[in-house]
Design a protein around this ligand. Structure first.
Ligand code: SF4
Length: 221
C-alpha cells in the first residue's frame, strides 16, 4: 500500500474496479456486442423515453456530449442493428432515433443490475448504504456541474423535490409528484417522473441535503 495515496485516489481506484465489472456485464448482456459507455447510455436513454424516439440533437444534449460524438455512437448502434432511424412525424426533414426490438432487449438486459452487485451492496449495514447513496449523489452532482455527465434524473435535481419540509422527522423531505414524505433511503437517482428544477434550486437542494445529513448520520465530508 502506498501510504501517501490520497483517499480520493483510492476511492477512484475502487470505482474503477467496479466499473470494469459493470462494463463486462453490459457487454455480456448486450449479446457479446461491445458497447462503449456512450452507446450503452444511448440505449438506456432511448429505453427511458417514449417509443417515438429522440432526435440526434436531443440525445447529444441529454448525454452532455457533442453532436458528432452522438452521431458516431448512433451510427455504431445502427450497424449493430440496435437502433434505427425513422422520419419525424412532426418535421419531414428531421429523423428520430428509435430502438429496434433487439436494441430494446439489449437495453433492458444491460440495465438489470447483476445479483452479485446488489448482494454486495445489500450486505452493507443500512446506515453505510445511506452514506454510500448520499456520497454517490454528491459525486454525480459534482460531475454534472463540471459538465462531465448530463443532468441526472435524481431528487436533488427535481422540481417536485421539497427538501427538509419536516426537519428532524425520519422522512423530512417531500415529493410533490407522489404527494408523500420520504427520507434519504428513498432518494431516486434515475426517476422516470423527474422534472428538472432550475439550476439555482438544484444547487440549493444539494446544500440542504448535505447540511441536513450530518446531524443524524454522522456527516458527509
Ligand atoms: S418525482 Fe422522482 S425525482 Fe422527483 S422528487 Fe419525486 S421521487 Fe424524486
Amino acid at each position: 500500500m502506498n501510504p501517501g495515496e490520497s483517499i480520493p485516489a483510492r476511492i477512484a481506484a475502487g470505482l474503477n474496479r467496479i466499473s470494469l465489472l459493470l462494463r463486462h456485464h453490459q457487454w455480456h448482456e448486450a449479446g457479446g456486442q461491445a458497447l462503449t459507455p456512450t452507446q450503452a447510455q444511448i440505449l438506456a436513454l432511448l429505453a427511458a423515453y417514449p417509443p417515438a424516439g429522440l432526435r440526434l440533437t436531443e440525445i447529444a444534449r441529454l448525454l452532455a456530449v457533442t453532436p458528432p460524438t452522438a452521431s458516431d455512437a448512433v451510427a455504431a448502434l445502427e450497424a449493430k442493428k440496435l437502433v434505427r432511424k425513422a422520419a419525424d412525424r412532426g418535421d419531414s426533414r428531421a429523423v428520430r432515433i428509435r430502438l429496434t426490438a433487439q436494441g430494446r432487449r439489449a437495453a433492458r438486459a444491460a440495465s438489470q443490475w447483476p445479483d452479485y452487485l446488489l448482494s454486495a451492496v445489500g450486505s452493507l449495514p443500512p446506515a453505510l448504504q445511506e452514506h454510500l447513496l448520499a456520497a454517490l449523489m454528491a459525486m454525480i452532482r459534482s460531475l454534472q456541474q463540471q459538465g462531465r455527465i448530463p443532468v441526472a434524473r435524481m431528487c436533488v435535481n427535481c422540481s417536485f423535490f421539497e427538501p427538509d419540509r419536516d426537519p428532524g422527522a425520519p422522512e423530512p423531505h417531500f415529493c410533490h409528484f407522489v404527494g408523500a414524505p420520504f427520507g434519504l433511503r428513498s432518494f431516486r437517482i434515475d426517476c422516470p417522473d423527474f422534472r428538472p428544477a432550475s439550476a439555482g434550486a438544484q444547487q440549493a437542494n444539494q446544500y440542504v441535503l448535505i447540511a441536513s445529513y450530518p446531524a443524524s448520520k454522522g456527516g458527509i465530508p
